[in-house]
Write a protein that binds this ligand. Structure first.
Ligand SMILES: [Zn+2]
Length: 233
C-alpha cells in the first residue's frame, strides 16, 4: 500500500532529517560561516578604503598641478620684474609675488595633509590585507572541521538513504512532490494522522469541511494551517 510505504519512508527520513539538522546547527558550520562573513566584511572594507585612497590621490594630483602652475607664474613674474622701471608697476609685481607665495604656502600644507591621509589609508589597507591572510587560514581550518563532520554525518545517514531508495520507487511521484514541498519548509513529520477530534495531527487545528471531504475521498488532505499532509487510516 502506497501510504504504508510513504510512512515507512518518512520514518527513515525523520532520522535523516535529524542528522541534517545536526549538521545545519553545528558549531562547525557556524564557525565557518562566521569566518567567511568576517572575510567578506574585510573585503568590503578594502574596497571602500581603496576608493577613498583613489579620491585622495586624484585630489593630490590636482593640488600638485595647481602648485606647479603657481610656481611657473612665480618664475615668469620674477623674470619680468627684472625689467621694471616704474615704481607703480614694481608695486604691482611685489603684491602679486606676495599673493603667489601665500597660495604656494597654502598648497604645500594641503599637499602634506593629502599625503598624510593617503599614507594612513594605505596603512589601513595593508592591515586589512594582513587580516585577510589570517582569516583565510582560519577559514581553511574551519572548513576542514566542517567537512569532517559532514562526512561523518553522511556516513551515519547512508543506511537510511539506502533503505529509502527502494521505498521511493513505490511512492506516487505526485505524493512525493507534495511531501518534499512540506519537507523543504523544514517541517517534520510531514505526514500526520487525522485526530479523533477531527483535526490535524501536527498542529491540532480542526480541518474544514472541504478538507475533510478530500480526506474521505483520497485518504489524504493538506492542513490549511500548517501545510502538513493529514492522512486517515
Ligand atoms: Zn496542521
Amino acid at each position: 500500500m502506497e501510504l504504508k510505504d510513504m510512512l515507512e519512508y518518512q520514518e527513515l527520513d525523520r532520522k535523516y532529517f535529524v542528522l541534517e539538522k545536526k549538521l545545519r546547527e553545528s558549531d562547525e558550520l557556524k564557525n565557518a560561516n562566521k569566518v567567511q562573513a568576517a572575510f567578506k566584511q574585510s573585503q568590503d572594507a578594502i574596497v571602500s578604503l581603496s576608493s577613498k585612497a583613489q579620491q585622495r590621490l586624484d585630489a593630490l594630483t590636482r593640488l600638485q598641478e595647481k602648485y606647479q602652475r603657481a610656481v611657473r607664474e612665480l618664475e615668469e613674474l620674477t623674470s619680468e620684474s627684472g625689467n621694471i622701471e616704474e615704481l607703480r608697476e614694481a608695486d604691482f609685481y611685489d603684491k602679486r609675488l606676495a599673493e603667489i607665495d601665500k597660495v604656494l604656502e597654502g598648497l604645500e600644507k594641503e599637499i602634506i595633509a593629502a599625503g598624510d591621509d593617503l599614507k594612513s589609508l594605505s596603512g589601513a589597507i595593508s592591515r586589512e590585507q594582513q587580516q585577510q591572510q589570517q582569516l583565510k587560514a582560519q577559514y581553511a581550518a574551519a572548513k576542514k572541521k566542517y567537512d569532517a563532520l559532514k562526512l561523518s554525518i553522511q556516513k551515519e545517514a547512508y543506511p537510511y538513504v539506502k533503505q529509502m531508495e527502494p521505498l521511493k520507487a513505490n511512492i506516487d511521484p505526485a505524493l512525493m512532490e507534495r511531501y518534499l514541498r512540506v519537507r523543504n519548509n523544514r517541517k517534520m513529520p510531514v505526514l500526520v494522522p487525522y485526530t479523533a477530534s477531527g483535526g490535524c495531527g501536527g498542529c491540532m487545528m480542526e480541518l474544514s469541511e472541504s478538507e475533510k471531504g478530500k480526506l474521505a475521498a483520497s485518504g489524504i488532505c493538506e492542513c490549511p494551517n500548517c501545510g502538513r499532509l493529514v492522512y486517515k487510516v
